[in-house]
Design a protein around this ligand. Sequence first.
Ligand SMILES: C[S@@+](CC[C@H](N)C(=O)[O-])C[C@H]1O[C@@H](n2cnc3c(N)ncnc32)[C@H](O)[C@@H]1O
Length: 258
Amino acid sequence: MNLPEKHRIRAAFSRAASTYDAAAVLQREVCRALLDVLTNPGGGDCMPADILDAGCGTGYGARLLAGRWPTARLVAADFAAAMAKKTAATTAACVADIEALPFGNTSFDLWWSSLTVQWCDPQRVFAEAARVLRPQGRLALSTLGPATYAELRRAFAGIDHHRHTLDFSEPAPLVMAAEAAGFGDVQIVRRSITLHYPDLKALLGAVKAIGANALGAGRRNGMMGKAAWQALSAAYDAQRVGEGLPASYDVILLTAKR
Ligand SMILES: C[S@@+](CC[C@H](N)C(=O)[O-])C[C@H]1O[C@@H](n2cnc3c(N)ncnc32)[C@H](O)[C@@H]1O
């Protein structure tokens, strides 16, 4: 996977801490979907005493988990200090990289991470999750699959050959990485969620407002010319539907047992 350098990802998310909540419509919907999958009738035996929210952002997921398990001890971690600080207003939170967690072995019963692993090395993340989870502990994560931003890539196709989105992974390599780290009963649920924006500027503004605008090698350096921007807007506009410009999110919900 071609990931942006960590310091770029961290800086983009730190900058976005104050604008995140107003733009994080998808992120909240995905947290709710992940909790549903984790607590569905087949997974209803989940009664965690110690929970980690890995990559907590501003803390929406942590608050959702606290509402579901009010007596659990909850810790949230994010490597962007400004994000961790926002979460700390409502939940115990620390600045930490989820690829190298500052917690002892077997510290948690539930390791939760929503829309963060796409920015990470999944092998390292699963190895750390397995280390900090107790035997029989549960893992719940959401991430994005390759159909994410299909409309944006289609619009860019005739304009240039730069990379405009992350390289989102298919579920199969994630399942393999989870199993290689020792997880069993790995379950995948895949959902397509489409949001609509009035125009391209609003869509790209929303991506930037949540801090998801860092890209790795192959990205464009510098601004786009006016003619290219107009061509891109027209190409995206050709995909307009009644509700506006569509942006698809290929949401992968993965649950597993240690
Ligand atoms: C799209 S936000 C999701 C935040 C939150 N989970 C939510 O659902 O609203 C991704 C978050 O992951 C954090 N992040 C990305 N890579 C990380 C890493 N290696 N360690 C810790 N946090 C990371 C970012 O700083 C950002 O706050």
